[in-house]
Design a protein around this ligand. Structure first.
Ligand SMILES: C[S@@+](CC[C@H](N)C(=O)[O-])C[C@H]1O[C@@H](n2cnc3c(N)ncnc32)[C@H](O)[C@@H]1O
Length: 383
């Protein structure tokens, strides 16, 4: 029943009102395939180009649709296509020099509409991979504005921007799968998991923060009917099995970890808090304890993303990111990527930009402008 999942996707997107009539084309799938087959069965290239041109005109100006190629109401069997890549494909057919080439492109278009081909770890339809322009595949992420959709508020000092869990979930989970975030903070990961139709379990040490996160998460409409739960506990000792058992879940498909960057922001005054570790060695050790307590629930072959930045201490760059990376690499995890992401300036730093530049010039140091997203795959290394 795979091909029908596109129809399902449509109803969900329409509910979410994230559907963009300028960028997307809702076609009547059966009619579109019928038109393509009609063209494929004819041997004349001029006729083929004329036909394909009239289809293009319908996509460009929907009012031209006299044959029912579009399915504006979203009723029946529907194929939703991104307008940009679709027009590119049509242009390629129009510009083909031989009938064989034109038919090759047409067959490819037909396959992309008819069949959904995904990998085991996400819902990206590889037959229409050009449509996923919003999925980042570069190792440098320059994200300028915080996504403020739904319940994302950005009130918590030390949060990350929703685009980070958004990207990780799109790449490394399918709809309906499970994500764990053991440093949940204001709940960014779980709000995003709700938006994207993934189940989410989070752990947060600070009860006040955990309660705020719970309230915020509740504000996010649960249109995909997923589970989102925040546990107030020390992530080093929480018994996640208890919670997962409740939902009949044995393994999860993605871990997202955003620990404190050692003591840069003190999140509380409790000794269980990683930001209160007495020294960097203890901080890394505590991180390892959280890791060992949580990672056993991650399914083999699935992914872990850690978001972490470095710090300066007594005039020395302290590579927290690399310490944490080494800690993970002691386990059976394969490093899949080191993503460098631009760092949002804190308001205090923005107001004192000149002063910081002067200090950097005098002190011979560099002002932090980036943090890391470390990506690992479980169980892929021979120990
Ligand atoms: C960098 S923040 C995470 C922010 C989160 N990604 C967001 O967008 O709001 C780290 C969080 O880890 C929590 N924390 C620190 N030590 C912890 C521990 N041992 N167990 C669970 N949470 C802990 C802190 O209270 C803090 O809220």
């Amino acid at each position: 029943m795979k091909p029908n999942s596109q129809v399902l996707d449509l109803s969900v997107d329409l509910q979410k009102e994230s559907y963009d009539w300028r960028k997307d084309v809702i076609t009547n799938k059966a009619k579109f395939i019928e038109e393509i087959e009609k063209i494929l069965n004819n041997g004349d290239i001029s006729w083929l180009k004329r036909e394909i041109h009239s289809i293009k005109a319908i996509f460009a100006y929907p009012r031209n649709d006299k044959i029912g190629l579009l399915n504006i109401d979203g009723n029946g069997d529907t194929a939703i296509l991104k307008k940009g890549p679709l027009m590119e494909e049509i242009k390629q057919i129009e510009e083909a020099h031989t009938i064989e080439r034109a038919k090759y492109y047409l067959e490819r278009l037909k396959k992309g509409i008819n069949e959904i081909r995904t990998s085991k770890i996400n819902d990206i339809n590889l037959n229409r991979w050009k449509e996923y322009t919003d999925v980042i595949t570069d190792s440098l992420w320059v994200l300028d504005k915080r996504d403020a959709s739904g319940a994302h508020l950005g009130w918590y000092w030390g949060n990350f921007i929703p685009q980070i869990p958004h990207q990780l979930m799109l790449r490394y989970t399918k709809k309906g799968e499970w994500v764990i975030d053991p440093f949940v903070g204001s709940g960014t990961t779980l709000i995003e998991s709700r938006q994207l139709g993934r189940n989410g379990l989070g752990v947060e040490l600070n009860p006040t923060v955990a309660n705020e996160a719970k309230k915020l998460i509740k504000k996010e409409r649960n249109i995909h009917s997923v589970i989102t739960e925040v546990i107030t506990h020390d992530a080093r000792t929480v018994d996640l099995k208890n919670y997962l058992d409740k939902y009949g879940v044995k393994k999860v498909q993605l871990l997202i970890m955003h620990p404190p960057y050692y003591d840069i922001i003190k999140f509380s005054r409790t000794k269980e808090d990683l930001s209160c570790a007495p020294n960097v060695e203890t901080f890394v050790k505590m991180f390892g304890e959280v890791f060992d307590n949580i990672e056993s629930f991650l399914e083999g072959g699935r992914y872990l993303g850690i978001v972490i930045g470095d710090k300066y201490s007594k005039g020395e760059w302290m590579p927290l990111g690399f310490y944490i990376m080494q800690e993970v690499l002691k386990r059976n995890y394969l490093l899949k990527g080191i993503i460098v992401k631009n760092f949002e300036e804190t308001r205090a730093k923005r107001n004192q930009k000149e002063l910081w530049r002067y200090r950097a010039l005098v002190g011979g140091f560099y002002i932090f402008k980036h943090e890391y997203i470390l990506l690992f795959k479980k169980g892929a290394k021979k120990l």
